[in-house]
Ligand binder design. Structure first.
Ligand SMILES: Nc1ncnc2c1ncn2[C@@H]1O[C@H](COP(=O)(O)OP(=O)(O)OP(=O)(O)O)[C@@H](O)[C@H]1O
Length: 484
C-alpha cells in the first residue's frame, strides 16, 4: 500500500492544475491547487500539506526564490519543482535550493506519481543531494582533485536531466567514461548506450550509420539498415569526435535536434526520436567553425552544457589514486599486486602526460605485466616514461629513437628490462609477455591506419579477419579508440 497525503499544487497553467488534480486524486491523495505563489506560501506557512508540487515561474514569485523560505519554515516538506525551461541553470537551482526532485516539462504522469509516493514514504532528506552522493560513490571515475570534484558536481546535476552535453578535453582524459557515467547513473539507464566515433567511420557512410538507410538508397545498400539513432531509442547516443562529422551529416543532425525527428538515407517518412545526445571533441570546435568546417548553429545546439575535462597534468594529485585503481584492475585480471615507490610517484606527478589517463593506464598495465618486484622503483619509472614519450606522438608519427629498427629498439628495451632485475632473472613466461607487448601496438597501429576498418587492417597485417578479431579481443585493443 502506498502512502497517501495532502498535496499542494501550484501552477499558473490551468490545464496542468487540472491534470495533476485528477491524477493525484485518482491515486488517493487529497489535493489543493492554486495559481499563485503567495497562496502556496500561505498554505505552507500555516503547516498545511505533506508535499508541494510547484512550477518555477509563477506570476507573483519565482519558486526558486520561495524555496529557501519554505525550507527554513518546513525543512521536512518535500518540494517537487516542475519547469518548462529545461535549462542547465534550472537543474542546478533545483538542486541548490534543496528541491526534492526536479521535473522538466513535459513529464510523464506515472513518473510524477512514483516520485510522490516515494517522497511520502521516505524519511525526510533532500533527495537530489542524497542521490548525488550515492552516485558519486558508485561512479567509475577516479580522482579527488578540485578539478574532478567540479566535474562530479556537474555530472550529478546533469544526471537528473536530458540536456545535451558537450564534453571537451584532450585525448585520453576520460570523455567516453564520463559519457557512460552520465548514462548509467542518469534517468535513461534503463535504455541503451550507443557510441559512434565520427573519426572511425568512412565519411560517406556516416549519415547512413547515424540515421539508417533504405534498401537501394545507394550502391551497396542491399537491405534496409537501422541507424544509431534507432538503436539508441530511449537511451543515450554518444557522438565521439564530433568535429570530424561531415557537413551534410551535420545538417541532418541539426534538424534532429531542432525537430526531434529524422529521415533515413533514401527514406521519406519522418521518424520521431527520443534520444539523449552526448557529444565529445578533442578539437577546438570554434576554430573549426571559423574555418567553415563546423556549423555554428549545430555547435550551439550541442553545447547546451559544456563540460571540459582537464588534462592529467592539471590534476597531478590524482595520479596516486589512479595508479592504485589501475593496479587493482590488473589484479582482477590475474596480474600481481604492486605499488610504486614514493620517488617514482613524484616523477610521475612531474611528467606532462601528453596521452593523459590512457597513457597512465597503459604504463601501469605495462608495469604490472613486466616487472616482478612488489614496489616499482623511481629508476624503472624514469626509464619507462622516457620510452613513453616517443610512443605517444600523435597521428602515427611515433619515432623510433635514433632511427633504430624495430628489432634494435626491442633489443635496447630488453637490455634495460633485464638490467632492472639487478642480476636476477625476470619471471617465467617472458616469450609470450614480450610478444604480446609488440602485438598490441602493431594491431593498434594497423587499426588506426585503416580508421578502424577490420577488413583492411586484416589485409594490411596479412591475418585472417577472425584471427584479427580474436587478437583485438584478447589484447584489449579498443577499436573506437584506435581509430583516431
Ligand atoms: N577519472 C578516471 N578514472 C578512471 N579511469 C579513467 C579516468 N579517466 C579516464 N580513464 C580511463 O582512461 C582511458 C581513456 O579514457 P576515455 O576513453 O574515456 O578517454 P577519451 O577522452 O574518450 O579519449 P579519446 O579522445 O581518445 O576518445 C579509459 O580506459 C578510461 O577508463
Amino acid at each position: 500500500m502506498s502512502v497517501k497525503g495532502n498535496i499542494l499544487v501550484a501552477d499558473d497553467d490551468a490545464a496542468i492544475r487540472t491534470v495533476l488534480n485528477q491524477a493525484l486524486s485518482r491515486a488517493g491523495h487529497v489535493v489543493r491547487v492554486t495559481s499563485s505563489a503567495s497562496t502556496l506560501w500561505r498554505w505552507v506557512a500555516a503547516g498545511e500539506g505533506d508535499l508541494v508540487i510547484t512550477d518555477v515561474v509563477m506570476p507573483d514569485e519565482n519558486a526558486f526564490d520561495m524555496l529557501p523560505r519554505i525550507k527554513k519554515a518546513r525543512p521536512d516538506l518535500p518540494v517537487v519543482v516542475m519547469s518548462a525551461q529545461n535549462t542547465f541553470m534550472t537543474a542546478i537551482r533545483a538542486s541548490e535550493t534543496g528541491a526534492y526532485e526536479y521535473l522538466p516539462k513535459p513529464f510523464d504522469l506515472t513518473e510524477l506519481l512514483g516520485i510522490v509516493s516515494r517522497a511520502l514514504a521516505e524519511p525526510r532528506r533532500p533527495k537530489i543531494e542524497q542521490r548525488a552522493e550515492e552516485q558519486l560513490e558508485a561512479m567509475p571515475l577516479v580522482g579527488r582533485s578540485a578539478a574532478m570534484q567540479d566535474i562530479y558536481r556537474m555530472l550529478a546535476r546533469m544526471m537528473q536531466t536530458d540536456l545535451t552535453v558537450m564534453i571537451s578535453g584532450e585525448s585520453g582524459t576520460g570523455k567516453e567514461l564520463v559519457a557512460r557515467a552520465l548514462h548509467e547513473y542518469g534517468r535513461r539507464r534503463g535504455g541503451p548506450f550507443v557510441a559512434i566515433n565520427m573519426a572511425a567511420i568512412p565519411r560517406d557512410l556516416i549519415e547512413s550509420e547515424l540515421f539508417g538507410h533504405e534498401k537501394g538508397a545507394f550502391t551497396g545498400a542491399q537491405n534496409r539498415s537501422s541507424g544509431r539513432f534507432e538503436q539508441a531509442e530511449g537511451g543515450t547516443l554518444f557522438l565521439d569526435e564530433i568535429g570530424d562529422m561531415p557537413m551534410e551529416a551535420q545538417t541532418r543532425l541539426l534538424r534532429v535536434l531542432q525537430q526531434g525527428e529524422y529521415t533515413t538515407v533514401g527514406g521519406r517518412t519522418p521518424i520521431r526520436t527520443d534520444v539523449r545526445i552526448v557529444a565529445a571533441t578533442n578539437k577546438d570546435l570554434r576554430a573549426a567553425i571559423n574555418q567553415g568546417l563546423f556549423r555554428e548553429d549545430l555547435f550551439y545546439r550541442l553545447n547546451v552544457v559544456p563540460l571540459r575535462l582537464p588534462g592529467l597534468r592539471e590534476r597531478a594529485e590524482d595520479i596516486p589514486d589512479l595508479v592504485r585503481h589501475f593496479f587493482k584492475q590488473g589484479e582482477k585480471e590475474g596480474l600481481e599486486a604492486k605499488r610504486i615507490s614514493v620517488a617514482g610517484l613524484e616523477l610521475m606527478k612531474r611528467y606532462p602526460w601528453p596521452g593523459n589517463v590512457r597513457e597512465l593506464e597503459n604504463l601501469v598495465r605495462r608495469l604490472a605485466a613486466l616487472y616482478p618486484q612488489d614496489e616499482i622503483s623511481a629508476e624503472v619509472i624514469e626509464a619507462e616514461l622516457k620510452t613513453g614519450e616517443t610512443a605517444v606522438v600523435p597521428d602515427g608519427d611515433a619515432l623510433i629513437p635514433d632511427n633504430l629498427s624495430i628489432g634494435q629498439a626491442v633489443e635496447h628495451y630488453l637490455q634495460r628490462y633485464f638490467a632492472s632485475f639487478a642480476g636476477e632473472l625476470p619471471p617465467a613466461g617472458l616469450y609470450d609477455r614480450i610478444l604480446a607487448e609488440v602485438e598490441y601496438p602493431l594491431v593498434l597501429a594497423s587499426m588506426t591506419a585503416t580508421r578502424g576498418n577490420q577488413i583492411k587492417a586484416a589485409e594490411l597485417l596479412g591475418l585472417n579477419r577472425n584471427t584479427l578479431r580474436k587478437k583485438i579481443r584478447e589484447l584489449g585493443v579498443n577499436v573506437y579508440k584506435s581509430a583516431r
